[in-house]
Design a protein around this ligand. Structure first.
Ligand code: NAI
Ligand code: MG
Length: 356
């Protein structure tokens, strides 16, 4: 038995994820899905985002399959910080992989760019406050040991967020990034020309690329954004700090067919979490029209990550095969509903499984 924790979440996540799990089970009955009700609905009913017990539980799985979190009835930030950012931090998921790989039948082009995004630090440090005011930050764990004392004196209100990068986190991040990037075309991006902390980013990128025999190109994030749109075929792997990686990966996913085709993996040394890049899409939830491909691609990444390569290959081939045969989701102008599209994969995969 291979246990996988499943957090369907809200909106289209709740709609798509259980159907994708059933699809996976139809191909491989060794999979066992354990569901966790971490959702905005539960927060509205009971006032809890994620409990310590759940974090403890989730830390025991090799992989977690996540849908999306977000509901307009909850104030922005509560679920995003209380669930998504918290899971990344507490489960130590320091590498975010976001492939943007197009299907020619859908986009007419061939985009093959994977963003490797630092997932813990930068401007997502969570160290924030206002001045005037007095705030002390203390933290001590494997990575950090800091004590920051900021106090305000002026009557001019200032909001701040500290961007930070640590050598220890970047060491493991770049090592993992160069293990993943199996290509000669690797771009490392930042704004080292304007933001001081990225000099550390550059140093460590340079050190690990040399050590691991990888050729890299540095490109500033603004120039990179410009050039990706102008000439996307110039890029294959892009290694980015947290904030720029977030923005650039939405851009590349739009080139590769849209949010409905963008999968992701949050990788740690112990546990990893796989999820579509899109959110809960409340505007289309409950109508059976959401594109399930991003979740299906995320599940394929998950299976490969835990070494279930045969099962992954069957799903991947089935997905390509049905799209080649004109089975296109509603999002891309086709006629296939969420459930209709998934049924087609199950049918195709069952045929393949029987042929093996
Ligand atoms: P969103 O990704 O949910 O939707 C953006 C647009 O893309 C919408 O028009 C939606 O209909 C469309 N879309 C998204 N997924 C689709 C799919 N599978 N098929 C077809 N169309 C799709 O982003 P939005 O609207 O900014 O956020 C909605 C909620 O989701 C918010 O509460 C937000 O905080 C949350 N969110 C959660 C994320 C997560 O759980 N990782 C990521 C992004 C947003
Ligand atoms: Mg984003």
């Amino acid at each position: 038995m291979v246990d996988i924790a499943v957090i369907p979440g809200d909106g289209v996540g709740k709609e798509i994820i259980p159907q994708v799990c059933e699809m996976l089970y139809s191909v491989d009955q060794s999979l066992n899905f354990v569901y966790y009700d971490i959702s905005s609905k539960r927060y509205l009913d009971k006032g809890v985002t994620v409990t310590d017990e759940e974090i403890n539980d989730l830390n025991g799985y090799k992989s977690i399959f996540f849908g999306a979190i977000g509901d307009f009835r909850v104030k922005p930030g509560i679920m995003e910080q209380g669930v998504i950012l918290k899971l990344r931090k507490e489960l130590d998921l320091y590498m975010n992989i976001r492939p943007a790989i197009s299907f020619r039948e859908i986009t007419g082009n061939e985009i093959n760019i994977t963003i490797l995004r630092e997932n813990m630090e930068d401007f997502y440090s969570g160290i924030a406050g206002t001045l005037p005011g007095t705030k002390k930050f203390k933290k001590q764990d494997d990575i950090y040991d800091y004590n920051i004392d900021i106090s305000g004196t002026s009557d001019n209100t200032i909001y701040y967020t500290l961007g930070m990068l640590s050598e220890r986190n970047l060491n493991r991040f770049f090592k993992k990034a160069f293990e993943i990037a199996d290509s000669d075309i690797i771009t490392v991006t930042d704004k080292a020309n304007a933001v001081e902390m990225y000099s550390l980013w550059r140093d460590i990128a340079g050190r690990y690329s040399t050590k691991m025999g990888k050729k890299i190109n540095f490109e500033y994030a603004d120039s990179l954004a410009y050039n990706i749109i102008k000439n996307p075929s110039k890029y294959r792997y892009i290694i980015a700090p947290n904030l720029y990686g977030d923005i650039i990966s939405d851009m590349t996913s739009s080139l590769a067919g849209g949010l409905g085709y963008a999968p992701s993996g949050n990788i740690g040394d112990k546990t990893s979490m796989f999820e579509p890049v899109h959110g809960s899409a409340p505007d289309i939830a409950g109508k059976d029209i959401a594109n399930p491909v991003a979740s299906i691609l995320s599940s394929i990444m998950m299976l490969k990550h835990i070494g279930m390569n045969e099962t992954a290959a069957i799903i991947e081939k089935s997905l390509k095969n049905i799209i080649n045969n004109g089975i296109i989701p509603i999002e891309s102008g086709g006629s296939y509903t969420t459930s209709g599209f998934i049924k087609q994969i199950v049918a195709r995969a069952t045929l393949m499984n029987n042929e093996l």
